[in-house]
Ligand binder design. Structure first.
Ligand SMILES: [Zn+2]
Length: 431
């Protein structure tokens, strides 16, 4: 058992903190209070703020290798070049790309991710999640319609076989859960969208897809089907509480209500949406309609960001400026979306909360940064003036993966050197 003393405990409703202690046993929180008596190892948190698990609800980790060379491209060129590099990577290069992404997420206090990955080196990808020590829900980005010449299509039966392999090999093993991940309606036939939904429903898995990200792709779906993308997914019967919808930008008014009624969660990725000039997700209207919304960092080739606190700040600002209403997406709501909102989207009832019986995933955050001075307002200052770089120590399932700024199980310089050399090798493809 581990007793952590001298903690600053957050209240996301009042945005205040109070001093307290937390006792963990194995991978669970067993007690939280102002004073706890227990025979346990003791850790003095020295007044640091404790945050529950932050959850990244939409990522593509291998793209951490291609941050930089794909900057300032339009989405069509961006997608072609990104995929061109991706298909050239060896098994070991996939491993290091995913490891780099996961270690950055952990470094910023993100203990759980929802990942859309690819089939070609899947065992190396899963090994990277395991070695990073991150809680990963992951599925193969399935597609049976080629949007451009770099897209690799896979027949429906093969997509189901891959989902089955993933489920049998990795679901429920350690910190891993598997999902299904059709790339999105522009890249998938209705038959594939429905077959993967049936597969996930039978097994209680997350159904992770892109929705209405690009305006031209969304228009094409409307021309083909007479429906908007959300309307089309509802028509196909694949929108429900286990559905995670990345981006969800180009929605008609009635589609906002459809998403809210279905219980699906929108994964809002503001850095990607702004940097690729995709558009603005109508988050405040979705929330007002009762829809569930959480945050995602997306892949770094598009977002250049794995810091979920920064993502939430950008998401909040984007709503304030586009609605001309400073009260929308306030700090209180952002912290809930970052933590419990993301966890619920991935089907966890015991994650993203500092409560007895919940999983002991949390981070300890320094409050002595000059930018966040004003201890009485530390939560709002962290969101609006701070960053994930203030995260000092991170625990996943009761085990420390980063302590006092040091990742415990990896030589980060070695990982970075390895990734630099991979980028040097593939650089010629990007010229
Ligand atoms: Zn994506």
């Amino acid at each position: 058992m581990l007793l952590i003393k001298n903690l600053r405990l957050p209240n996301f409703d009042t945005l205040t903190t109070s001093m307290g202690q937390m006792l963990i046993d194995g991978d669970r929180i067993v007690k939280i209070g102002s004073s706890i008596e227990a025979q346990a190892e003791v850790l003095d948190a020295d007044g640091k703020l404790i945050l529950p698990a932050m959850v990244d609800t939409h990522t593509h980790m291998v793209q951490s290798l291609t941050k930089g060379p794909l900057d300032d491209l339009n989405i069509t060129d961006w997608l072609k070049k990104m995929l061109l590099v991706q298909w050239q990577l060896t098994e070991q290069e996939w491993y290091y790309g995913v490891l780099l992404g996961c270690l950055q997420s952990l470094r910023f206090g993100v203990t759980a991710i929802n990942e859309m990955t690819y089939w070609n080196q899947i065992d190396a990808v899963a090994q990277a999640y395991k070695d990073a020590g991150i809680r990963a829900t992951f599925g193969i980005g399935a597609t049976d319609i080629a949007e451009n010449e770099q897209v690799k299509v896979t027949p429906l039966e093969e997509n189901l076989r891959q989902a089955e392999y993933l489920y049998n090999t990795y679901n429920g093993k350690g910190l891993l859960r598997t999902s299904v991940a059709p790339q999105g309606r522009p890249a998938c036939t209705p038959e594939l969208m429905k077959a993967l939904h049936e597969f996930s429903s039978e097994r209680g898995l997350i159904y992770h897809t892109h929705l209405a990200e690009g305006i031209s792709e969304t228009r094409k779906i409307r021309e083909r089907t007479g429906r908007g993308e959300a309307e089309e997914l509802n028509h196909l019967g694949v929108l429900d509480q286990r559905t995670v919808l990345a981006h969800s930008i180009w929605l008609e008014n009635d589609e906002i209500g459809l998403i809210a009624q279905s219980g699906a969660t929108v994964a809002h990725c503001p850095s990607t949406n702004m940097k690729l000039s995709d558009g603005v997700c109508r988050v405040s209207e979705l929330l007002q309609s009762g829809a569930r919304v959480a945050f995602g960092c997306d892949g770094e080739a598009s977002s250049a960001n794995r810091d979920l606190i920064r993502e939430a700040r950008l998401g909040s600002y984007l709503q304030k400026v586009t609605t001309l209403d400073p009260t929308v997406l306030p700090a209180s709501q952002c912290f809930k979306m970052l933590t419990v909102g993301g966890a619920e989207a991935l089907g966890y009832k015991d994650l993203g909360k500092l409560e007895e019986g919940c999983l002991a995933d949390f981070s300890l955050v320094r409050t002595d940064d000059i930018s966040t001075t004003n201890q009485a307002r530390i939560l709002t200052n962290l969101l609006y003036a701070g960053s994930g770089y203030q995260v000092d120590s991170v625990f996943v399932g009761g085990k420390s993966v980063m302590f006092e700024g040091e990742l415990l199980h990896h030589d980060i310089n070695k990982v970075m050197d390895k990734c630099e050399s991979i980028l040097d090798r593939v650089e010629y493809l990007l010229r």
